[in-house]
Design a protein. Structure first.
Lengths: 246, 204
């Protein structure tokens, strides 16, 4: 839980901060939650950070820091809802813009949410293994992992199929991913390693889940996960302004 | 309140790029940044080929996706329809540049203002003009708001030798822009994006 918290609060925000052209003005990113998905994401991250810290206080500083049960439950719910929003608001951000047809679909936030759920499940498996927590949660996580892998494979296929019948820019993106310069990374890492190989390995782990096998599963899936996000960003194409025949 | 816009007559445009140069001179944009540019295309099959020219600039959209994407409120739409960027509020996230379907938002890279076109450092004119820009922020065409507020027309409109660019109020009933748009075959760029641009093109 603490590692997940740190990944979001420290890792994610640090990455955003490094990218900004004027990082000292970072606080302005929260000014327009009424219009901007980025601002909404910043607010969600802030709420998650605050509520998550309240919830984690007893784990970090001891039982004396535990609040009333109702307050703990409330902070857990708020942190959970904020985390759910954080899982897929970047998909909403990308799909909100009409500029890049490959992103401008309600399917993208769903794809991002599914991959976020899969990534979270994988990370939970890996961290439990590293921490030496071999309990009844592990088989359940493995089962969830398998279902999510299958679900993601099917949904990713449906997404590409839909985009292959969309605008010329979207169709070109599909071509780049399947037969163009990104094909090796997409087919090789995202699909073959991240989904197919991971699924087969997780089937093997159902019988004998060794530490090495679980960590390999986690590495393969996370590699596919991050590669997909990177490729989604790199492959999005603007429609040419000269598309109109004149 | 007027809604300022532009009509570009593609029958008159000869692709001379005078608008590109006029804008560069008026705004003093850094190397690599062009608020106004001309897309040139060759169409047809030999021997029936011809070159076509499409002058592009910020469309100052009524439903601007850049304004919606901006988290800091740096991008705003003036009452007269001109879309502006407040460089003192811009955080340089470039969400607007991704959101703009027309690719008319320009990020000023770090150190971009330290070298002029000669590469030796900005000359006195560049140094004076570069003061209007801030590294790490996004900039864009302002429809020469500083000229418009003084009753003048944008530099690209004034310079065009064939008078292919016509500037005015899109809301003016029976005004020159509305007349041109209704009398000739006209269109806007990427209408499927539903941005409601203020720049119309008259068919060639």
């Amino acid at each position: 839980m603490v590692i997940g918290y740190l990944i979001v609060v420290v890792g994610k925000n640090s990455a955003h901060l490094l990218y900004l052209g004027r990082p000292l003005r970072f606080w302005r990113a929260a000014m327009r939650p009424d219009r901007s998905w980025i601002a909404r994401g910043i607010w969600a991250t802030g709420i998650f950070a605050a509520a998550g810290f309240v919830y984690l206080m007893p784990h970090l500083f001891g039982g004396a820091w535990r609040l009333l049960d109702s307050a703990q439950t409330f902070s857990a719910w708020i942190a959970g809802l904020a985390a759910l929003f954080i899982m897929f608001y970047d998909g909403l951000l990308m799909s909100a813009s009409p500029a890049i047809a490959f992103w401008h679909t309600p399917m993208l936030p769903l794809l991002v949410l599914m991959y976020a759920t899969l990534g979270g499940t994988t990370l939970s498996l890996a961290l439990r293994e590293i921490a030496g927590l071999h309990d009844q949660v592990v088989p359940a996580l493995l089962h969830a992992e398998r279902l999510l892998l299958l679900g993601n494979l099917v949904f990713l296929g449906a997404y590409l199929w839909r985009m292959s019948r969309w605008t010329p820019a979207a169709r070109e993106t599909v071509r780049l991913l399947l037969a163009g310069p990104y094909a090796r990374a997409f087919v090789g890492i995202v699909v073959s390693v991240g989904l197919v190989a991971t699924f087969l390995l997780s089937l093997a782990a159902a019988g004998a889940a060794t530490r090495a096998l679980l960590l390999v599963i986690a590495t393969c899936e996370l590699a596919g996960d991050f590669t997909l996000l990177l490729l989604l960003l790199k492959s999005g194409l603007f429609a040419p302004q000269t598309a109109f025949p004149y | 309140m007027p809604r300022l816009g532009m009509v570009i007559d593609l029958k008159r445009c000869i692709g001379c790029n005078a608008c590109t140069l006029a804008c560069k001179q008026e705004m003093g944009t850094p190397p690599g940044v062009h608020f106004a540019r001309v897309i040139t295309r060759e169409v047809g099959t030999y021997p029936q080929t011809r070159r076509t020219f499409l002058p592009v600039l910020c469309n100052h959209c009524d439903n601007a996706p850049c304004e919606k994407a901006c988290p800091s409120g740096a991008t705003y739409i003036r009452p007269d329809g001109i879309v502006m960027v407040d460089r003192d509020k811009c955080i340089g996230c470039r969400a607007c540049a991704v959101a703009c379907p027309y690719m008319n938002r320009h990020y000023i890279e770090p150190d971009a203002l330290k070298s002029g076109y000669d590469g030796d450092g900005p000359n006195p004119y560049e140094a004076f003009k570069f003061a209007d820009f801030l590294e790490g922020t996004v900039t864009k065409c302002t429809l020469c708001a500083h000229r418009v507020d003084r009753g003048l027309e944008p530099a690209c409109v004034v310079t065009c030798p064939t008078e292919a660019r016509i500037f005015g109020d899109l809301e003016e009933k029976g005004g020159k822009l509305q007349k041109l748009i209704s009398e000739r075959k006209s269109w806007t760029l990427l209408p499927e994006c539903n941005t409601k641009p203020s720049v119309y093109y008259l068919d060639s």
